[in-house]
Ligand binder design. Structure first.
Ligand SMILES: O=C([O-])CC(=O)C(=O)O
Ligand SMILES: [Mg+2]
Length: 227
């Protein structure tokens, strides 16, 4: 599939900003209660890691548990889509580089992540596997006047597991964009996952995950095993 046909498959509404094949930058420990449930200290500066662009998955395709994982976790996160290249931008100008938002899942092989933490290894196996980044339709920024006033939620088989308010982020969206853009340029179409609120937990094959930004967008995914 070319990038554009892949993007059209399974997508209802696409903007030119919303294509597969862009960088996925994930922020971790950005909600105090999630850091606490993981037994992690609060970060003094943003913690971030990358997923490969081939980790994207859209509604209609399953989330696959990788073969080495015995404990696949959901993390629901607000995604920020970059609309204009950002290189070393000040916080005050950061929002001018945003095109819009998406609801995202930071699917995590939690057992693998625990092993990586113990051994001091990178999190790529735990966070960057195929289908580890389910994404909703693109939401243009005009539809979200204040991204720090959103409720994000996630249900598994109809049961509420996560509910968080983006006002509880430790580092704000402009701070994150500015911070990351001083490390490497953010480019049009890049996606920043802003971290998970509390309530992360396991999913099994055949579970159905439904998640949304209240009153804005929602999405559904089935979980399957990779053999
Ligand atoms: O694995 C973790 O707990 C770090 C992370 O991605 C998050 O806080 O969203
Ligand atoms: Mg996360």
């Amino acid at each position: 599939l070319t990038r554009s046909t892949a993007a059209m498959a399974g997508s209802k509404q696409l903007s030119r900003f919303w294509e597969w094949g862009r960088n996925i930058v994930c922020v971790g420990r950005n909600y105090a209660e999630h850091a606490k449930e993981m037994g992690s200290a609060l970060p003094a500066e943003p913690l971030f890691f990358l997923k490969p662009s081939s980790a994207y998955v859209r509604e209609g395709s399953p989330i696959l548990r990788p073969y080495y994982c015995r404990n696949l976790h959901h993390e629901v996160e607000l995604g920020v889509v970059i609309g204009r290249r950002a290189r070393a931008v000040p916080e005050a100008e950061a929002m001018e580089h945003v095109a819009g938002y998406a609801l995202c899942l930071d699917m995590t092989a939690r057992d693998t992540q625990e092993e990586c933490k113990k051994k001091g290894l990178p999190w790529t196996l735990a966070k960057g596997f195929a289908s580890s980044c389910p994404v909703s339709d693109f939401v243009p920024k005009e539809k979200i006047p204040d991204p720090h006033k959103l409720q994000i939620w996630l249900k598994v088989n109809g049961k509420l597991r996560q509910e968080g308010d983006t006002s509880s982020m430790i580092f704000s969206i402009p701070y994150l964009i500015s911070y990351i853009s001083h490390v490497f340029p953010l480019e049009e179409g890049d996606l920043i996952l802003t971290g998970s609120p509390k309530g992360v937990g396991s999913v099994e094959a055949n579970d159905e995950i439904e998640a949304g930004i209240r009153d804005v967008v929602s999405m559904r995914f089935k979980v399957a095993h990779e053999f």
